[in-house]
Design a protein around this ligand. Structure first.
Ligand code: UD1
Ligand code: MG
Length: 464
């Protein structure tokens, strides 16, 4: 009979006292995502079928943040990591495959680490594989005690360790691959006879070894990926570590980063090759950047798509879609649902919101385009405003293709301007303009010959 696919348990019920926070520890963000979500995603990516999150402190908040893709079990009283894992027993009844266990506070854990543990688990036919690391300063971590043949026999917490055990530099990372049935057989028998009066998950190692089951350890040589966050300083270090790892990944994939110390890229952002990211640029959320783009300096782009060859200079872009070879900025503000076709130009001090700009359209200076549709190749002159809001409702402005909107036009929505039409500079346009027509909506200019000179004469008592 085939065994069940691997399942995962994330221990996230603890209070995280050392964080000194009202938020549960797993909800503190690293790289823009809650720590516990990084771990849940990494498990999924390693082929873990069911991910069970043990929740307690701030459990509802954790459940809300992670959403419906995962299973939740409650640990109402925090009686230790072993007790926490036991809470998943019922959910995993009948599960006879591997169970990965990880803490909710190690945000850099990745799919490769979980896959490697599963590989060793299969290879060794083990009841438990420990993920361990060698640390120069192992203070605070559980230490791995091995027998004469090098097999792990137990883990001892720092608070319970003898001086010779404290000297051990191989630590427990709290990441394990267990054989499901073995884990749930030994968990209920764990004692609380230790410095913290808790049931330690670490004690499963001695329990399994005593039963003659195989316990293996895989020493990972990049401990940064595995170590947990217990306080705000470790949180800050994890943030900067993740930032560097993400930047490095993009750099090695062919992205040029000018002054990486000032660049932040979220974990889910993708960037095409030969794109250049200039200083003080932040790319966040689900942003997808094409190849050969130039972004920054001083630019923030969130949940947006940037087509190949586009330039975004000193601008804010949020939930917008830019085609290929778009020019944006300096100082443009592209707000949600701005959709810019290929070759569009949006220049300085231009704000766009919920608007579609056709291929090659140009809105170069000092303009607000909101709730609008603009056709291909249309030129919108400096200082144009779509008056989309009447104080109660938003209204649409429809501008066709090849339109010339004169500078300082005020387009009072709802209003339509047909293909090929023009509006005279300074016009207030509050009625539809047919295709190829000219709309003039301003007072006719009067010229009074000599008036200025005679006014100056009057004012100066005839001296000029
Ligand atoms: C634990 C390990 C230690 C290891 C370290 C690695 C034990 C006894 N010790 O210590 O050997 O070196 O992790 O980071 O396991 N949790 C619950 N319910 C509880 C207690 C904890 O869900 O009753 C959760 C916490 O929310 C946390 C995780 O388990 O995500 C680990 O708990 P934590 O208190 O951080 O354990 P450490 O002291 O770091
Ligand atoms: Mg911890």
């Amino acid at each position: 009979m085939p065994t069940s696919p691997p399942a995962g348990i994330i221990l996230a019920a603890g209070k995280g006292t050392r964080m000194k926070s009202d938020l549960p520890k797993g909800l503190h963000r690293v790289g823009g995502l809650p720590m516990v979500e990084h771990i849940a995603r990494a498990m999924r990516a390693a082929g873990v079928d069911r991910v069970i999150v043990v929740i307690g402190h701030g459990g509802e908040l954790l459940q809300q943040a992670l959403g419906e893709g995962y299973e939740y079990v409650w640990q109402h009283e925090q009686k230790g990591t072993g007790h926490a894992a036991l809470m998943a027993r019922e959910a995993l009844q009948g599960h006879d495959g591997a169970v990965i266990v990880a803490p909710g506070d190690a945000p850099l854990l990745d799919a490769a680490t979980f896959s490697e543990l599963l590989r060793v688990y299969e290879e060794e036919g083990a009841a438990c594989v420990l993920a361990t690391a060698l640390l120069k300063d192992p203070t605070g971590y559980g230490r791995i005690v091995r027998d004469g043949e090098g097999r792990p026999t137990r883990i001892v917490e720092q608070k319970d360790a003898s001086p010779s055990e404290v000297a051990i530099d191989e630590i427990c990372t709290s990441v394990y691959a267990f054989r499901g049935p073995s884990l749930f057989e030994v968990l209920p028998g764990l004692s609380t006879d230790n410095a913290q009066g808790e049931q330690y998950l670490t004690d499963t190692v001695a329990a399994l070894a005593e039963r003659g089951e195989t316990v293996a350890a895989r020493v990972f040589d990049d401990p940064g990926l595995l170590v947990g966050v217990n306080d705000r300083w470790q949180l800050a270090l994890a943030e900067s570590d993740m930032r560097i790892r993400i930047l490095r990944r993009h750099a090695l994939e062919g992205v040029t980063l000018l002054d990486p110390a000032t660049i932040t890229i979220g974990p889910d952002v993708t960037i095409g090759r030969d794109t250049v990211i200039e200083p003080s640029t932040v790319l966040l959320g689900s942003t997808i950047v094409g190849a050969g783009c130039r972004l920054g300096p001083n630019t923030r782009i969130e949940d947006s798509q940037i087509g190949d060859g586009s330039v975004v200079l000193m601008s804010h872009v949020s939930e917008a879609v830019l085609g290929r070879n778009v020019r944006c900025g300096p100082f443009a503000n592209l707000r949600p649902k701005s959709i810019l076709g290929d070759g569009v130009k949006v220049g300085d001090f231009v704000e766009v919101k919920n608007a579609t700009l056709g291929e090659g359209a140009s809105v170069s200076h000092l303009t607000y385009i909101g709730d609008a549709r603009i056709g291909a190749r249309t030129n919108v002159g400096a200082g144009t405003i779509t008056c989309n809001y009447d104080g109660f409702q938003k209204h649409q402005t429809e501008i066709g293709a090849d339109v010339f909107v004169g500078s300082n036009s005020t387009l009072v929505a709802p209003v339509k301007i047909g293909d090929g039409a023009m509006t005279a500079a300074g016009s207030v346009v509050n009625a539809d303009v047919p295709a190829d027509a000219l709309a003039v909506g301003r007072a006719r200019q009067e010229v009074k010959e000599g008036w200025a000179a005679s006014w100056r004469r009057r004012k100066s008592g005839g001296k000029t």
